[in-house]
Design a protein around this ligand. Structure first.
Ligand SMILES: *Cc1c(COP(=O)(O)O)cnc(C)c1O
Length: 380
């Protein structure tokens, strides 16, 4: 029996390989490997897609977040409020600029930060809120922006997993002060390597970002700010421009798969399927179920994962350890029990295979496998 991968990037490549090959070869022949038309035109198209007036490309989603914090001059002595349930890049960059991550717990129904807990975390040192649209599901930006504005805080959106998602009529990344994107290959819009971007409607911030990502040089060989080298390769610009044309369709396909999964798996005892967002469009970078057996640790979920693997279904655990319990943040003084929802969810989550090309036959096999495992458990 052939294994259903959690993610397969080869089919997408096959589908667009003719166009990719042609345009990549043209770029190689052009001799313009840094900047140039490929990057400029991608920045324009992506800004338009997101609905932001300015778009600054960079080397990764991590750099995008780092540059965003630097552009807002957030550093030592400052606090940034963020979710405790995300990929490490989200909080790592806050520490990397010398500021202090201040975590809040999540709403287990959305996996996103619990907005009602933000206010209690605000201090005189708080400078910004950094929401993450986790797994492709939009944060309630209406509520979040209201809290931020009433306390005069900047908002940096981590849109790494949510390219194309929206809240109300607006795409994520266009509502905060700065929206950070990743083009890591596993994201909804993935390059063939690393890449990232920052969207903003603030031309002053965009200007600073362009200086910071280029060694702090407003002009060549004259550095004004402490910058870094963070460029989107021209090659990735070519590839991303092509893939951007397909992104709306790919996100639709993800949505159809998610609906099918939910329809089939909803109501099974011991299982919670991810809820649709009421105020926005989810783009399903991950389809993440929660196994809620009678275990207080991760053993039930881990066993389900092994059983699925033996039935030919690969899954992933995003994320087994919340951010406040990561060793790198030990100096912050958080401990077990500080954020009970995230800690519980980290023991329950299991992400099923999700990519646009997942065939309906493969979807069937995933659904039957999950049902099989849970039925066996109900009996045993
Ligand atoms: C992937 C990811 C990042 C970092 O993006 P890279 O391009 O891998 O540096 C940041 N935040 C979240 C939530 C991510 O999933």
């Amino acid at each position: 029996m052939n294994l259903i991968p959690a993610l397969d990037l080869t089919q997408q490549y096959q589908m667009i390989s003719d166009r990719l090959s042609q345009e990549v070869l043209d770029l190689l022949a052009s001799g313009r490997y840094i900047g140039g038309y490929a990057v400029d035109s991608f920045e324009k198209k992506f800004a338009e897609y997101i609905g932001a007036s300015e778009l600054v490309s960079c080397n990764s989603g991590t750099d995008a977040l780092f540059l965003a914090l630097r552009a807002l001059e957030i550093g030592p002595g400052d606090e940034v409020i963020t979710t405790c349930f995300s990929f490490i890049a989200t909080s790592e960059v806050i520490s990397a600029v010398g500021a202090t991550p201040v975590f809040v717990d999540i709403d287990p129904d959305t996996f996103n930060l619990d907005i009602s807990q933000i206010e209690a975390a605000i201090t005189a040192q708080t400078r910004a809120i950094l929401p993450v649209h986790l797994f492709g599901r939009p944060v309630d930006m209406t509520a979040l922006m209201a809290v931020a504005r009433s306390h005069n805080l900047a908002v940096i959106e981590d849109c790494a997993q949510a390219t194309g998602a929206s809240w109300g009529d607006a795409k994520v990344g266009s509502m905060g002060d700065l929206g950070c994107f990743s083009f890591f290959p596993t994201k909804n819009l993935g390059a063939c390597g690393d890449g990232g971007a920052i969207a903003t409607n603030n031309p002053d911030l965009a200007r600073v970002l362009r200086v910071l990502k280029n060694h702090g040089q407003p002009e060549r060989y004259n550095s004004e700010l402490l910058g870094i080298n963070s460029r989107l390769d021209a090659l990735q610009g070519v590839i991303l421009s092509i893939k951007l044309e397909y992104l709306p369709r790919w996100n639709q396909q993800r949505k159809a798969i998610a609906s099918r999964y939910s329809q089939e798996l909803e109501g099974i005892p011991g299982l919670i399927v991810p809820a649709e967002s009421l105020g926005g469009e989810t783009v399903w970078n991950q389809y993440t179920i929660r196994y809620v057996g009678n275990n207080s640790d991760s053993s039930g979920r881990d066993r389900l994962r092994e059983q699925l693997q033996s039935l030919g279904v690969s899954t992933n655990v995003y994320y087994p350890i919340p951010l406040h319990l990561q060793g790198v943040h030990r100096d912050l003084g958080y401990g077990c029990g500080d954020f009970p929802m995230a800690e519980q969810v980290s023991h329950q989550v299991l992400s099923l295979p999700m990519f646009p090309e997942l065939s309906s036959e493969q979807q069937d096999r995933v659904i039957y496998a999950v049902k099989d495992c849970l039925k066996l458990r109900a009996i045993g």
